[in-house]
Write a protein that binds this ligand. Structure first.
Ligand code: ADP
Ligand code: G6P
Length: 483
């Protein structure tokens, strides 16, 4: 039977070796958390990197690793330390990630990174050819694998190939600065269908194709040799029911069965019932605007000093890409900022910022979402931002206020949130004040709309829409006869 092959750099689980035994821990990040729900309910095979380098893997554990991955419906592409450096930490996260998030000054154009990126993309393409049949459908994910569609197309001219980009596609003016811009576009054009989160990213991509490759583009179709490639936007949803149900369980959980974190949050509420909890959750990434958010919080406390001892900002930051210098600098900057502000403003009864630098189990994420009065998410650029959607899904009594950056892809679908420009401190201070004083009926009315939309356009609907658009292309055939 024909299957779907999902392929991404990051698998839904990360393997770690501890004293000779293998642990599979859930991966963090929108691609893995979102696609996990799609994958678990289907017959798909998910191919990706296990998170271990060849050097970290004793040969006698290879079989056990394959078994651990197989249990999760996955198969691995093996990478050595040099490949991980050049492909993952290098071209993916020191060249493409900053460029596509408009951090042009952080983007490094290194020929070695590019060569390793090409070689590793070829490894992923070879793994697809090895593990799939001609009539399988191939779904390639994200910026780490942009050359894979064309590499597979060369060996399998008639296979159905879809590609989805989970990050923004930047405007032509930014994209054109990349030395290997044509090769990247040609790699993507090996697909039959190319998907983006928003119409703007789609538009930027089409503009680059037209201007850099000079190809004929009509509405959302690209004509290349004898093929028609379709481009469309598919805003990714969440597993709404999973988050809502987990929140319901959390609310019903008996007093003596609460997690440690929940107990701490409950104790906090009991001792200071008027204090509002403001939550932010992100990977520790400069695109998320965490340092600016902390500065904006200080600005807010100066503008509205009556809220001192009445609000607390919880920052949960997951360690991410810590071999990349910009991420190390950011970690240092945030540590210092939090230390300075807590040092200057804390009182005997109050610490303005609670800062956690770690990944948390799903149950604890739910504890934080359900206990926070406000979620404050301020990315400077973000392809989508699923945290915003997850927060709303867990508000089972419809209370809670979402403050969201208009630079996040999710802002396009979440108009009832309080949308802000993360560079505007004055506006954010006033918006925090508005959120803190928002009447419950208004919170409930806004969240009713948001929840309905998130429930309807959940991650399953998102994946089905992408797959049915890809299947329609398959049925229509690839051929295009040039006039
Ligand atoms: P990105 O994909 O850029 O990391 P998203 O907001 O789209 O941003 O996705 C982040 C995902 O990672 C969400 O599904 C969220 O639940 C999860 N996540 C974020 N922080 C943590 C954490 N500290 N522990 C566990 N999971 C986390
Ligand atoms: C974003 C990217 C994903 C990536 C995730 C986590 O969501 O779009 O491709 O997997 O961040 O980053 P990491 O580098 O840990 O895979």
């Amino acid at each position: 039977m024909a299957k779907t092959i999902i392929i991404s750099n990051r698998l839904p689980v990360q393997l770690q070796i501890n004293n000779g035994s293998i642990n599979a821990i859930p991966s963090v990040g929108g691609l893995a958390t979102g696609m996990k729900s799609v994958h678990s309910g289907s017959e798909s095979l998910w191919i990706g990197w296990s998170g271990l380098t060849d050097e970290d893997t004793p040969p006698e554990l290879e079989d056990a690793i394959d078994k651990a991955l197989k249990e999760n419906g996955c198969a691995k592409v093996k990478l050595n330390a040099q490949e991980v450096d050049g492909f993952y930490f290098g071209f993916s996260n020191r060249t493409v990630w900053p460029l596509f998030h408009y951090f042009l000054k952080y983007s490094e154009f290194e020929l070695d990174f590019w060569n390793t990126y090409k070689a590793v993309n070829q490894k992923f393409a070879d793994a697809i050819i090895e593990k799939s049949d001609e009539d399988d459908t191939i779904w390639v994910h994200d910026y780490q694998l942009m050359l894979v569609p064309q590499m597979v197309r060369e060996k399998r001219p008639n296979t159905s190939i879809g590609f989805f980009l989970h990050i923004p596609f930047p405007s032509y003016e930014i994209f054109r600065t990349l030395p290997w811009r044509e090769e990247i576009l040609e790699g993507l054009l090996g697909s039959d269908l190319i998907g983006f989160h928003t119409y703007d990213y789609e538009r930027h991509f089409l503009s680059s194709v037209r201007r850099l490759l000079g190809l004929e583009v009509s509405f959302n179709e690209i004509y290349l040799d004898n093929r028609v490639i379709k481009v469309d936007s598919f805003p990714m949803g969440i597993d709404y029911k999973k988050f809502r149900d987990a929140a319901l369980v959390q609310v019903e959980r008996k007093q003596d069965n609460r997690s440690d974190l929940q107990q701490r949050l409950d104790d906090h509420k009991a001792s200071a019932p008027d204090t509002k909890l403001i939550l932010s959750i992100d990977r520790l990434d400069y695109s998320k605007g965490i340092a600016k958010r902390i500065n904006a919080f200080e600005y807010f406390l100066n503008k509205y000093p009556e809220y001192k001892e009445k609000v607390r900002l919880i920052i949960l930051a997951v360690p991410s890409r810590s071999n990349v210098p910009q991420y190390q600098l950011l970690k240092k900057e945030i540590d210092e900022l939090v230390g300075r502000i807590n040092g200057e403003l804390s009182t005997v009864n109050w610490t303005p910022i609670w800062y956690f630098y770690r990944s948390l189990p799903f149950e604890n994420l739910i504890d934080l979402y359900t206990s926070s009065d406000i979620a404050w998410l301020t990315p400077l650029r973000d392809g989508m931002n699923l945290v915003a959607k997850e927060y709303i899904a867990t508000r089972t009594d419809k209370s809670g206020v979402l403050i969201l950056s208009e630079m996040a892809g999710s802002a396009y679908e979440m108009n009832e949130a309080l949308l802000i420009n993360p560079n505007n401190f004055e506006q954010q201070a006033d918006t925090l004040h508005q959120a803190i004083t928002m009447p419950l009926e208004e919170q409930q009315s806004r969240n009713t709309f948001l929840q309905k939309r998130l429930e309807r356009y959940n991650v399953e609907v998102w994946a089905n829409e992408f797959m049915s658009a890809l299947n329609q292309k398959k049925t229509a055939g690839h051929a295009y006869i040039s006039q």
